[in-house]
Design a protein around this ligand. Structure first.
Ligand SMILES: Cc1cc2nc3c(=O)[nH]c(=O)nc-3n(C[C@H](O)[C@H](O)[C@H](O)COP(=O)(O)O)c2cc1C
Length: 344
């Protein structure tokens, strides 16, 4: 798949997930292999306008992460356009517009999924962003506000007309949140309506399910969210780089340890804040130490716990023993590995 000049190969996309898909997690997925595209967590265009200095403290992306999109949300075309210009100036290889988030703090200001109820406003936002930047613009939508009000097709058509170069469709309505089952047929209707690449999204956990989705809908790519949490190797498994199934606990602990080290290396948060986020993130690796992980207070404490379970093995040591692919020859994951997150 191509988005602008970027080759997205394979066509698997790590879904944006607030509180999870920070730079550390994106790099971890890339290191393990098999992920073609990644996205930042959603960023408020208004926050960038009102307190640029403060908002910029939370940016954690690098141009070298391409193909990667910085996701923005907001309802004001000019504010969104300004935010898009800013993130592109800072190196964003692509800009993604969020039209799917249904949490009250986003929707009550008219952004995210609220745009799905106002085609005219949504078109203005997309048009303004596409005009503002030269990098590819993508959009992420849900099927509509409710199942009775499916709007994904006219939105996808309008987005394509404005110059959007790819679209991701989460096959649930905003009203559904994460409840019920996704209705993949909406992905098929969007694929029929547009020529730009479509990523199908909703409850994918295995390569076989992804293939079923592609056969049923005609989508060219897949976006994977929750199934990658605590399992960043899922993309490598889909690509045939790792065996299927749950990896051995030492491997899972070594991946969690790498997750910790990448967080210490890249997080723009203080150690206190980053460790609070890590509590939930590391618990998902199911290492049998949930009680200790949810009470973590420092990087050093986490490192000690994880080294014990990984039996002293670093991820690099496990290459070969669990058929780990070689590290990428270039790119963001190729920088020097931190020896320890504990500051000297
Ligand atoms: C914890 C969490 C945070 C999320 N944050 C975002 C976000 O920032 N932007 C966005 O477009 N979608 C967000 N989503 C939705 C996911 O990108 C994805 O569409 C959804 O989880 C469905 O895919 P899945 O079934 O593969 O998980 C979030 C989902 C979860 C579970």
């Amino acid at each position: 798949m191509k988005i602008g000049s970027y080759e997205v190969e394979p066509a698997t996309y790590l879904a944006p997930m607030a509180g999870h898909t920070n730079r550390a997690f994106r790099e971890l997925c890339r290191e393990l292999g098999g992920v073609g595209m990644v996205c930042t967590e959603l960023v408020s265009s208004q926050a960038l306008e009102y307190s640029r200095q403060r908002a910029m403290r939370f940016f954690d992306f690098a141009a070298s992460e391409a193909p990667m999109a910085v996701q923005l949300f907001g309802a004001e075309p000019q504010v969104m356009a300004e935010a898009a210009r800013l993130v592109v100036d800072l190196g964003a290889p692509m800009v993604d517009i969020n039209m799917g988030c249904w949490v009250p703090k986003v929707v009550k200001k008219g952004g995210g999924a609220a745009l799905l109820g106002d085609l005219c406003q949504a078109r203005s936002v997309v048009e303004a962003v596409c005009r503002a930047v030269e990098v590819p613009v993508t959009v992420k939508v849900r099927s509509g506000l409710s199942s009775a009000q499916e709007t994904a097709v006219p939105f996808a058509r309008a987005a394509q007309d404005c110059g959007v170069q790819a679209i991701a469709v989460h096959a649930r309505s905003a009203e559904q949140g994460f409840s019920g089952s996704p209705d993949w047929s909406v992905i098929g209707r969007v694929c029929q309506a547009v020529k730009i690449p479509v990523f199908g999204n909703g409850d994918l956990t295995t390569r076989a399910e992804a293939e079923t989705m592609a056969a049923a809908t005609g989508c060219q790519g897949w976006m994977v969210g929750r199934a990658a949490l605590g399992a960043p190797w899922i993309f490598a498994q889909w690509a045939g780089l790792l065996p299927e199934g749950v990896p051995p606990v030492e491997f899972r602990a070594a991946v969690a340890l790498r997750h910790l080290h990448l967080t210490a290396l890249h997080s723009p948060l203080s150690e206190h804040q980053a460790v609070r986020e890590l509590r939930g993130q590391l618990s998902r690796y199911e290492l049998g130490i949930r009680e200790q992980l949810v009470r973590l207070e420092s990087y050093a404490q986490a490192e000690k716990l994880l080294i014990k379970i990984s039996d002293g093995a670093e991820l690099a040591d496990l290459r070969g023993s669990w058929h780990l692919p070689p590290p990428p020859a270039r790119g963001p994951c190729d920088r020097e590995r931190p020896q320890s997150p504990v500051p000297p």
